[in-house]
Design a protein around this ligand. Structure first.
Ligand code: PMP
Length: 443
């Protein structure tokens, strides 16, 4: 720029009161920040206590059940029926090895770089095809790749939920969702379920009373009950959502893991009016650790969610996205799914047979898919005592109260995962569980 432009710029800055000149000091910027002027001075204390620094929303303490489950699963002494974890012996090792070598050879510039906030284009295309198999036809602009479904739920609630908004949940339900909703100040209200899924009559009553912002549901092989919502209930739920304009968060990590009976369409496939935000994940079928899931939502919502995603973690790990994309593109997904379905069916049958044959008084329904058996212990057993004894005896499960708001309901249910332990471990683990049961019974 030439000199006269600089002189003019200085004159304008001076006229706006942003700079000043003093003989001997030169020209300097005037510090004038309304935010600073209007802030009350803080009372400084002599020592720093971190717990006093936490924000209001972080002050509430949550049970660290998820971390506990993850830690215990690394403990060889304990046979774990606690986690929602796929079988490590069924990880598609050879396919992963082949894909990663190919990626390192041909796509090294891409796999270690950034990806778009809403996800790699090719992966979104593969997800779009996958959704067609689930009966959902959407354009790729309605897909967003997330770091697992947990992040999907988080992005949705942080985008939509104000403090004191009501969210209706099935009760019991996935504790990760309950804790997340509550951490953002939502009022979580449980709706009872039966063998067909959420009770629509009670749901409608609560909608009229509470005017909720969302309904959160896991229609396929629910966590923890293993129940799949009947087709009639699915239509009824979609009808209620439309009638009252209450959108649904549909969480579907287990839908493709069906071992008996016919596949049912997700709510999203029945949703003609865009009332469903759909979440799914590769965690339960391909790998938990790669952290790849997705959201299906109207384009405008995806755009809004992506602003938050950008601030949270920019995008999902690029290498993970490429591995999953190739896995789908090269046609491994269906074969892998078939293989794990067969193995999980065997594991489910081993566990249910062991329980039926040997564990008198333990009541449960055979789940038709998914990861879990949800069963009720005889009332006379104290769940807490059994839990402690079982851990001591080397077997772990999740006590049912964790699946209720504030862990408040304890009707002697427990959740047992049958996919993670090896087949022989299932037999040993159930034996340990029964021994623990017998030991506390005879106290
Ligand atoms: N939703 C449900 C119902 C789940 O069971 C889980 C995992 N236990 C998740 C979400 C989170 O899955 P992800 O690993 O994809 O974050």
């Amino acid at each position: 720029v030439n000199r006269s432009t600089i002189v003019r710029a200085y004159q304008e800055l001076k006229a706006e009161g942003l700079i000043a000149s003093d003989i001997g000091r030169g020209t300097y910027v005037i510090y004038n920040n309304a935010a600073v002027e209007n802030t009350k001075p803080r009372n400084f204390v002599k020592s720093l206590f971190w717990h006093e620094m936490y924000s209001e929303s972080s002050k509430k303490n949550y049970d660290d059940i998820i971390s506990k489950i993850m830690n215990i699963d690394g403990n060889n002494r304990i046979i774990s029926f606690a986690g929602g974890i796929p079988a490590p012996e069924l990880f598609p090792r050879e396919e992963f090895e082949k894909i990663q070598i190919e990626l390192l050879k041909s796509k090294v510039e891409n796999i270690f770089s950034h990806s778009p906030v809403t996800g790699d284009k090719l992966l979104k295309k593969e997800i779009k095809h996958l959704m067609l198999n689930r009966g959902v036809r959407i354009p790729t602009k309605e897909v967003m790749v997330t770091s697992g479904s947990q992040q999907g739920i988080d992005l949705i609630v942080r985008t939509f939920i104000n403090v004191n908004d009501v969210i209706l949940i099935e009760e019991p339900t996935f504790f990760g969702a309950i804790q997340l909703f509550e951490s953002l100040g939502a009022k979580v209200v449980g709706v009872p379920t039966d063998e067909y899924g959420v009770r629509i009559d009670i749901l409608e009553y609560l909608i009229n009373k509470l005017n909720p912002k969302f309904i959160y549901t896991i229609p396929n092989f629910q966590n923890p009950t293993g129940v799949s919502m009947s087709i009639e209930r699915r239509y009824e739920l979609i009808g209620i959502s439309k009638k009252y304009s209450i959108p649904i968060i549909e969480d579907d990590p287990y839908g493709e893991l069906r071992y008996d009976g016919r596949q049912l369409p997700p709510l999203k496939a029945l949703d003609k009016h865009n009332y469903v935000l759909y979440l799914s994940t590769f965690s339960k079928v391909i790998s938990l650790g790669l952290r790849v899931g997705w959201i299906i939502a109207p384009e405008g919502v995806i755009n809004k969610l992506s602003m938050l995603k950008q601030l949270t973690d920019l995008h999902v790990n690029t290498l993970s996205q490429h591995i999953i994309c190739e896995f789908l593109k090269q046609g491994y997904y269906e074969k892998h799914l078939e293989r794990i379905r067969k193995q999980y069916l065997l594991k489910r049958d081993i566990m249910t047979n062991e329980l039926k044959r040997n564990f008198e008084g333990f009541k449960f329904e055979n789940p038709k898919g998914g990861f879990y058996i949800w069963g009720k212990l005889p009332n006379r057993v104290d769940l807490n005592t059994l839990f402690k004894k079982s851990i001591k005896n080397g077997v772990d499960f999740v006590p049912g109260n964790f699946f209720y708001k504030n862990n408040e309901k304890n009707d002697n249910f427990i959740r047992l995962n049958f996919t993670y332990p090896k087949k022989d471990e299932i037999i040993i683990g159930i034996k340990r569980l029964m021994d623990s049961f017998d030991e506390i019974k005879s106290i």
